[in-house]
Design a protein. Structure first.
Lengths: 360, 412
């Protein structure tokens, strides 16, 4: 079925600037709307939460004096002190485990896991403790803990620094799993995550940290902007629906640009949330377009795309003109950096899938 | 492979112990001249024969305990044991799915728990029935867990006592974090005994091998957290002896973390009270964490599913039976004429009443409503849970209906 077409873009594709896909919001008086990187947007979102709620505190390795290895927490320890921006021992299970205790005492810890591949020492605490505490206490305890995880590849990193483990958490009941794709979403979603009474795993597309977009800085802390749970249609189209999140939203938008030049109209959806999954928004789109392609950096097998494909098949089988297709990582460990651009879902691989869906 | 050590020089009885157990307990004596490391002192105030022995450091910690208070310790240990035997029987009768007895560990649990202030917060493992009893938690709220009704029915905030944690060692980090929160609340070192707050994590010798327990020691130490890490070394992690967990006494392991440590006779309720009181005072006053090793013995099985005869001897169990924590305090109270017959008789009545209440209460526990399994997964609505709940509700109703069957087109 594969009808691999000629490359429409040059590698690497993951350096494509991220268009600002979030709905435009009128700038309120104050700091107004600024053009910021995604990393800076998260930094300002964290600062807003720290300023608004004295119970918010940040915990992680190198997040204080250094400002984080990606500088996402730059300047926050100087502003809020060492008790609220805590340089922890180098022990991920300890970070999450003590965050659980702090949350039980009424605090709202925001943990930084330095890189995706380093979350696994904390996996036990996250899945057996953090995710289940509200349930096992029959609602008596809530754990408003946010775990920030820079994830994804495309930065030429060494082993364990480019992974996309989001479905391991999406598979775990009790966790909310979200990922912003734009600076505007990053600014509001990190604050919504901190304000949420549920534990939130907050995946930050590290390959997009330095992409810029317009950010409305006057959104108040905790305000629900379109809902932390909801997917957004970030580009309307007619011929096929491309479902993306995190780092692949920019890839999808670029592919839609290229496809438009070829006379094809792609609708792009930014899922924003892995758990819960906003099936309704995706299904409504697929009912219009009849085709669905899911794209993510994580391996395709047992991935978010598999879940979307199953749900779309169940909910709008008779609207489908073609099978739901998936574009993503292969069933291999994340490869060496010199091969990651062949591994990562590119504009061309995505357009190849679009071709196959339309030709079906 | 783990048993290549020719000796375990640190496992031994103390000089003050007049009925040193045999078998593995006796392989070396603490006075062995070839012993490369001195064994930490085992703090003891009551010998297994019920003799009150003086202690330069800890006598002052129990001086205020009136005979009435001593009887309260005795009473709580007796009631804890009754809870244990009744619960084991209920499991054998098929009323509980499982039970984890604390038989033999009553002194470590009741003694330490009696030293707590009401505002102190406890993180138990899953065998701390004596601690929960002392904290005033309804024993039926514990047995509902073992019956499969819930995961523990008590409100952790009401009793300042967390739910049982079944993953070994995980809660030591929760306790550490909670203690870090107490610090941030400014409730350490105020000098006000009604406000200063400490946190106690109970765990076993097996948990000392877990990474989380070691990370808890690291985090507690570097944060100077108001924490007591109370290890009940009951000699057995299911079938594995403590020698499979460490090559040094557990109390010695605190040194490497910079955490003051103490080793106490875990079957001596007075000594357990005394060392816990000292550790709590350190925590309350801003002196940071303490590691307590309460040297005791799990007289029963790991759980009702376990068979200890496969890995330990009757002789070993018998040697520990002679160090029974309840016998010890009873002998002492009798020797000082502070165990009146009326008290003993009333306690027997109360224990019988507890037994009856447990039997009746457990049997009266109904099955939870099936749809309740969808409750409290999240604190705010979650579309995935909502969809599953909606589907199940319809399916369940269809099953209950006389004619209609489940949705034929369902994918579930």
């Amino acid at each position: 079925m594969s009808t691999m077409t000629a490359l429409r873009t040059a590698h690497p594709t993951t350096t494509v600037p991220a268009p600002s896909g979030a709905p435009a919001r009128a700038a309120a008086p104050g700091r107004g709307t600024q053009r910021l990187t995604l990393a800076k947007a998260i930094n300002l979102g964290l600062g807003a939460a720290l300023g608004a709620d004295p119970r918010v505190l940040l915990m992680g390795e190198d997040i204080g004096r250094l400002g984080g290895v990606f500088r996402v927490t730059d300047g926050l320890q100087a502003e809020f002190g060492t008790d609220r921006v805590v340089d922890t021992p180098l022990a991920e299970s300890g970070i999450v485990g003590t965050a659980i205790g702090l949350a039980m005492r009424g605090y709202r810890p925001v943990c930084e896991i330095q890189f995706d591949g380093f979350v696994f020492p904390a996996f036990d605490q996250i899945t057996t403790q953090l995710a289940k505490m509200h349930y096992r206490s029959r609602g008596k305890l809530t754990l408003p803990v946010v775990i920030r995880i820079p994830y994804g590849g495309g930065i030429g990193a060494v082993e364990h620094h480019s992974e996309s483990p989001e479905v391991l958490f999406g598979h775990t009941a009790g966790l909310r799993v979200v990922s912003p794709a734009t600076p505007a979403d990053a600014f509001t979603m990190i604050q919504e995550a901190i304000a949420s009474p549920d534990p939130v795993i907050f995946f930050e597309p590290k390959g997009r940290y330095w992409d810029k977009g317009d950010v409305d800085l006057d959104v108040p802390y905790g305000a629900t902007i379109g809902g932390l749970d909801s997917a957004h249609v970030v580009r309307p189209g007619r011929d096929a629906t491309v479902v993306a999140y995190g780092p692949t939203v920019a890839t999808a938008l670029k592919a839609a640009d290229v496809a438009a030049g070829e006379g094809r109209s792609l609708e792009v959806i930014d899922l924003r949330s892995i758990s819960p999954l906003d099936t309704d928004t995706v299904a409504a789109s697929v009912r219009r377009t009849g085709r669905c392609i899911v794209v993510h950096e994580a391996p395709v097998q047992y991935g978010t795309g598999a879940e979307v494909a199953a749900r779309i098949t169940e909910s709008c089988f008779y609207h489908l003109q073609a099978p739901v297709l998936r574009v993503g990582g292969f069933a291999i460990p994340y490869p060496v950096a010199r091969l990651e651009h062949e591994y990562l879902p590119s504009v061309d691989r995505l357009l190849d899938a679009v071709d196959r869906a339309i030709a079906f | 492979m783990a048993q290549t050590s020719p000796t375990e020089p640190w496992i031994g009885a103390t000089p003050a112990d007049s009925t040193a157990p045999t078998d593995r307990m006796d392989r070396t004596s603490p006075s062995n001249p070839s012993d490369p490391q001195p064994i930490p002192e085992l703090v003891q105030l009551l010998t297994p024969d019920g003799l009150r022995v003086p202690h330069a450091s800890y006598d002052a910690r129990v001086a205020h305990l009136t005979p009435e208070r001593l009887r309260a310790l005795y009473r709580d240990m007796v009631l804890t044991r009754r809870f244990d035997t009744e619960s084991t029987a209920l499991q054998r009768q098929g009323e509980l799915a499982l039970f984890a007895p604390c038989l033999g560990q009553e002194a470590a649990q009741v003694g330490s728990a009696h030293a707590l202030a009401p505002q102190d917060f406890v993180f138990p493992s899953y065998r701390e029935h004596g601690v929960l009893h002392t904290r005033g938690i309804d024993p039926l709220d514990v047995l509902s867990l073992f019956r499969g009704i819930d995961y523990g029915g008590w409100d952790p905030r009401e009793h300042n006592t967390h739910l049982y944690t079944l993953v070994i060692g995980s809660h030591t980090l929760h306790a550490t974090g909670y203690a870090m929160g107490v610090q941030r609340d400014g409730l350490v070192g105020t000098g006000d005994p009604t406000r200063d707050t400490a946190v106690v994590a109970y765990f076993g010798d097996g948990a000392t091998a877990q990474g989380d327990t070691n990370e808890a020691l690291v985090f507690a130490a570097v944060n100077n957290a108001p924490l007591v890490l109370f290890c009940q070394n009951n000699q057995w992690a299911i079938s594995e002896p403590t020698t499979n967990q460490a090559r040094v006494p557990i109390a010695d392991r605190g040194k490497g973390f910079g955490v003051p440590s103490v080793r106490v006779d875990g079957n001596d309720v007075l000594a357990c009270y005394a060392v816990t009181a000292e550790a709590l005072e350190r925590a309350h006053s801003g002196g940071g964490p303490t590691l307590v090793e309460a040297y005791t013995y799990r007289m029963g099985a790991h759980t009702t599913s376990d068979d200890p005869t496969r890995y330990r001897t009757r002789e070993e169990e018998e040697s520990w039976r002679r160090r029974d924590p309840i016998d010890r305090l009873r002998t002492y109270l009798e020797s000082i004429g502070e165990l009146p017959e009326e008290f003993v008789a009333q306690l027997e009545v109360d224990a019988d009443a507890l037994g009856a209440r447990l039997r009746d209460g457990v049997r009266a526990m109904g099955k939870p409503a099936p749809s309740s399994m969808f409750d409290d997964v999240y604190a705010t609505p979650h579309a995935g849970v909502a969809a599953d709940r909606a589907w199940f509700t319809e399916y369940d109703a269809a099953l209950a209906a006389p004619v209609a069957g489940p949705d034929e087109g369902s994918t579930r």
